[in-house]
Unconditional design. Structure first.
Length: 385
């Protein structure tokens, strides 16, 4: 009986040891990834036609101000489109190290520039392009040094870094955000029609609320703006009275962007990035694109899934008002290149409307001068090799 008991005890000991060894060989479950919050801002830039809908133009024209380390898509010349998707940037916030995979689609559009390096695909469709851009294995880490590339010369690009976002590393390329741009051929979520008396009628499809808008005008340094929150789907705004003080609505814009989900520093970085462009010569409507429209046009997928995602896109719609047409008509007639240059990349579509409205006896002369003045803005130029 004692022998049997000893043998049983020995068996139990060996069995327990085997179980312990087997348990030790089972890998421990991986630690959960630290939480990630993602914020994004970007711009949809367009020009309103007579019917309020966006017209076709060449939004990439002129000298590129992007640093040479930014990847330029393999498109020859410039792409015609109705919308320039400008400088969306994706910020990541996390308390610990995490690796993310990011995919952005662009429906009815071509992605034309990006950084860091990524995999892109352009699919030809009946209406133009559908595009995707993918960043795989992006390492986001608060321990990553903020040693980002910088080149001589001014650029809109760098101001987007002035936030508290967590640095990231994609391959060997470090940055504060993921950056991309594109050209689209779709109708913006808001239409704006200029009336003969200079008033602006703003409307949205499907009776959706218009939301926050800023109507802005700059005439030779005299500026005016009107900030509204419009709950209806259609509204008519009076032309704001010009003020020689030259005040611009930066503070109001920052407030609106924060109200829509951006952090204070993100909102300020966006306004700092685009203030010289948004408040240049001419008239325009600034609006917040509905989140549903942003998600439909620019679908975003991130893994692991963030605990929160905010996406705020500002629509910038250039308005061809009676004053604008008169200024461009007079500048073409007198060959005032200084005035024509103030309209930059918008000169071609505005001038075409002016030429179409001119008398037959003046049309050829105005068309020739427009062709000469706008030539710089119909071709994308860069000093990068």
């Amino acid at each position: 009986m004692r022998v049997r008991s000893t043998r049983l005890a020995t068996f139990v000991v060996f069995a327990a040891a085997a179980v312990a060894i087997a348990a030790a060989q089972v890998p421990a479950p991986p630690l959960p990834a630290p939480p990630v919050t993602v914020h994004e801002w970007g711009t949809f830039t367009s020009i309103a036609g007579e019917d309020g809908q966006a017209v076709r133009w060449l939004p990439q024209g002129g000298q590129s101000d992007l640093p040479c380390f930014v990847v330029q898509g393999g498109f020859k010349g410039t792409l015609a489109g109705t919308v320039r998707m400008e400088t969306p940037v994706l910020y990541f916030y996390t308390p610990g190290d995490v690796t993310v995979n990011v995919k952005v689609g662009f429906r009815q559009g071509a992605i034309t520039e990006w950084y860091p390096q990524a995999r892109t695909e352009q699919i030809q469709t009946g209406g133009g392009f559908d595009s995707t851009i993918v960043w795989s294995g992006v390492k986001v880490s608060p321990r990553q040094p903020e040693n980002f590339p910088v080149e001589p010369g001014a650029s809109h690009y760098y101001k987007a870094r002035h936030t508290d976002a967590t640095p990231l590393l994609s391959g060997m390329q470090a940055e504060k955000f993921l950056f991309y741009r594109g050209v689209g051929r779709f109708a913006p979520p808001i239409a704006a029609t200029v009336q003969a008396d200079g008033r602006i009628t703003v409307s949205t499809p499907a009776n959706t609320p218009i939301g926050d808008v800023i109507l802005f005008e700059n005439r030779r340094g005299a500026m005016a703006y009107d900030v509204r929150r419009l709950s209806g789907s259609r509204a008519t705004l009076d032309r704001p009275a010009l003020d020689d003080a030259g005040v611009t609505p930066e503070r109001e814009l920052v407030r609106i962007l924060v109200a829509h989900g951006l952090y204070q520093k993100e909102a300020q970085a966006m306004v700092d990035t685009w203030s010289d462009s948004w408040f240049e010569e001419g008239a325009r409507l600034l609006y917040i694109a509905p989140r549903a429209a942003v998600d439909a046009l620019v679908p975003l997928t991130i893994s692991p899934t963030p605990i929160g995602v905010e996406r705020v896109f500002v629509g910038r719609m250039e308005l061809v008002t009676p004053v604008t047409r008169n200024d461009v008509r007079l500048a073409l007639a007198t060959n005032d290149r200084q005035m024509l240059d103030k309209y930059g990349r918008f000169l071609q579509p505005i001038g075409e409307r002016v030429v179409a409205e001119a008398s037959p006896s003046d049309r050829d002369l105005l068309a020739d001068r427009l062709k000469t003045a706008a030539a710089y803005w119909t071709v994308l130029t860069t000093s990068c090799r």
